[in-house]
Design a protein. Structure first.
Length: 368
């Protein structure tokens, strides 16, 4: 990692003018609000990803690159839509800040996300991640765990070394990241523990507690709160963005659960419906277990590590007949709409605020 290289990238016209460029693009485009956020992701995911990957160090020995840094870099390059760093940057802008001050925090959260995925895939014995073999299958469990540990180890250092932030901002952001990590592993403990013990006595409230801790903090609440902190937002703005992120982060997890079961694009992927194979206790599943007369059959399927598409379809039918898929859709929609209303009451109108409201709509529209 070279600070001079990062400084050069942050001061490039593509990064310095990203919101101005996006504003011009948006003015030329009359799509619905949902498309606004999708365009933002598509336009800047790779550009921001290049900066994020520039924060990955290089080894003091060539074999360190071979066995550690390069596998992490390759894994990070096969990223998703980079929504976590991009909403961190947007939140900074929404409170009137210089979005370049958000990049170290954005990179820290994304590298934490990378670590969580690597470790999660090992715990779940998963085979595919983003259409590619999981790292533990290509590098072995030991090196995959080590790469995940590396991603975790660099998280706080990225922020503490940022020359654009004050000392008090660095400490506050670091504390946010520590709390985020704790919440995530608490949620992961529930998810793994329930699976280990064959627990199916899980209520929707139990699921929501697990998902909020495992996903919503690091996928929504903390990125938005941290972006507002480094952007100089008021305490009211910071907390409004945090609560907005908590609700939309939870909706994000619910929509991922739904897409894994009934998504049209996802149906062509090899890991389609693997949540059933892995016996995931999703909101859809726990609702169906409480309301379906075929709950015993659903538990049988979830407990069998079944991969037969016909059996997986049978499980989805059970959930559909119990009204569980519609229940999850309606719940995600309701909490998202409430969160949008509160955000509008606190955060002043701006292009960046519209972008965040668009994010919420995008999460919901992807479930239709």
């Amino acid at each position: 990692m070279s600070q001079s290289r990062i400084d050069q990238m942050l001061n490039s016209p593509e990064i310095m003018e990203m919101f101005e460029q996006f504003q011009i693009h948006r003015e030329q485009d009359e799509h619905a609000r949902m498309v606004l956020f999708e365009d933002y992701l598509n336009t800047y995911a790779d550009k921001v990803g290049d900066v994020i990957n520039a924060y990955i160090p290089v080894g003091a020995h060539p074999d360190m690159d071979t066995y550690l840094y390069e596998p992490l870099r390759i894994y990070s390059e096969n990223a998703g839509k980079r929504h976590r760093p991009l909403i961190t940057i947007a939140a900074c802008r929404a409170v009137g800040g210089d979005h370049r001050r958000a990049f170290s925090s954005a990179a820290a959260i994304e590298h934490f996300h990378t670590a969580a995925l690597i470790h999660d895939d090992i715990a779940d014995e998963a085979e595919l991640r983003r259409g590619e073999p999981c790292m533990h299958l290509t590098q072995g469990d030991g090196l995959a765990i080590n790469a995940g540990d590396l991603a975790l180890s660099i998280v706080n250092g990225l922020v503490m070394r940022d020359p654009l932030l004050t000392d008090s901002e660095k400490v506050r952001v670091a504390m946010e990241l520590v709390a985020m990590a704790q919440a995530t592993v608490e949620g992961q403990a529930l998810d793994i523990g329930w699976a280990r013990d064959g627990r199916y006595d899980i209520s929707p409230e139990d699921y929501l507690c697990m998902a909020e801790h495992k996903t919503a903090h690091y996928s929504g609440a903390v990125p938005l709160a941290v972006g507002a902190i480094v952007g100089g937002g008021t305490e009211e703005e910071i907390e409004a963005l945090r609560q907005f992120g908590l609700a939309t982060g939870l909706a994000f997890q619910i929509q991922d659960d739904l897409l894994n079961l009934v998504g049209t694009e996802e149906s062509t992927k090899k890991d389609f419906r693997n949540d059933i194979t892995e016996g995931k206790r999703t909101l859809i599943v726990v609702h169906a277990l409480a309301h379906s007369p075929k709950a015993d059959r659903l538990i049988e399927i979830l407990s069998s590590k079944e991969k037969d598409p016909a059996i997986l379809a049978e499980a989805v039918d059970i959930m559909q007949e119990a009204g569980s898929i519609e229940y999850a859709r309606e719940y995600a929609t309701r909490i998202t709409e409430d969160a949008k209303t509160h955000l509008v009451d606190v955060v002043a109108p701006s292009d960046a605020r519209e972008l965040l409201l668009s994010m919420a709509d995008w999460f919901i529209e992807r479930m239709q």
